[in-house]
Ligand binder design. Sequence first.
Ligand code: PLP
Length: 379
Amino acid sequence: MIYLDSSATTPVRREVLEAMWPYFTGEFGNPSSSHGLGDSAARALADARKRVANILHCRASEVIFTSGGTESDNLAIKGIALANPRGRHLVTSSIEHQAVLESCDYLARFHGFEVTVVGVDELGAVRTDDLAAALRPDTTLVSVMLANNEVGTIQPLARIAQLGHAVGAAVHADAVQAAGWLDLDVSALGVDALSISGHKIGAPKGVGALYVRGRVPLEPLLHGGGQEAGRRSGTENVASAIGLAVALELANAGRSERATRVRSARDAFIASVLATVPGARLTGHPTERLPGSASFTFAGTSGEAVLLELERRGVLVSSGSACAAGSDDPSHVLVAMGVEPALAQTAVRFSFDSGASEGQLREAALALRDALGAVRGIR
Ligand code: PLP
């Protein structure tokens, strides 16, 4: 099997599982318990928080452990918007993950917020001039992702943060796909909130973190025992928090060297696909994209059919619409980039980390040519 779907999820790394194991077994305490077993869980949780904070270059008290990227996005957007009496205007982009778009929509429907959705160019980069024009004195929050999950385009976040701050808005970035590839230094990015998710970087599914700058007020979504300094009640998932910290450290070590290596394998893969597959077109930015991301449209096919033919040949990928569970609507990201809906239906995303060898990518390119021949032959 050649797994080229790491933007969907990744396997748990052995070092991560081994670091988590004691907290499922001997050290199973509840961090809120006053006895020794509880103390040891509380210390482990504090250590995990500090380690995540080191990667994000923030204070440990600014890290909230969550159940994943979706919860981090929901807590950032609803939590900041509802706590902030400034105004009822939000700005986001047309290529955000549903966790962001639906959170904004919820605030519009139930809390009277006005949402401006800023468009992107044909390479999937947010139009910063349009964003600047959308900002108002009553804009509470700007939420733009650091890198897109479907086409990999890296967003001009530092500029976006500057623009947002100029009107006094808080700025949130969904860094779920960027983690492990890009620097997550929140000061360098200039953001007030940042979401990450464990299962994209070798930690388990169901854990994530949200950074929120100390002075930014946050309304909790989950009420209860007051864990996570009152910002996210519920007994802490100690083992997974440790897993997330270890996975982040592993992903950060040697990050730029790994990115260079994967980027060059990715570029060779893209060149081979464009040269050998009739009708193949790269989607997203040719250079300003995540190193492990290659996404295409294949005119005259269907993304789902290509995916199935690739799977028959042992190659696992995503079709363009895979992120919305079970949906076969054309990808909102590609449509926002100006791709015709019919062409958007033919999208296929290949995503990988350093686990995919150059040999595997060559095999995948051959399998793709074959798969497309089969799809086109049966039409
Ligand atoms: N944001 C982005 C950009 C994503 O790609 C994903 C998952 O694919 C999420 C948020 C949601 O993360 P999770 O699966 O941890 O809920």
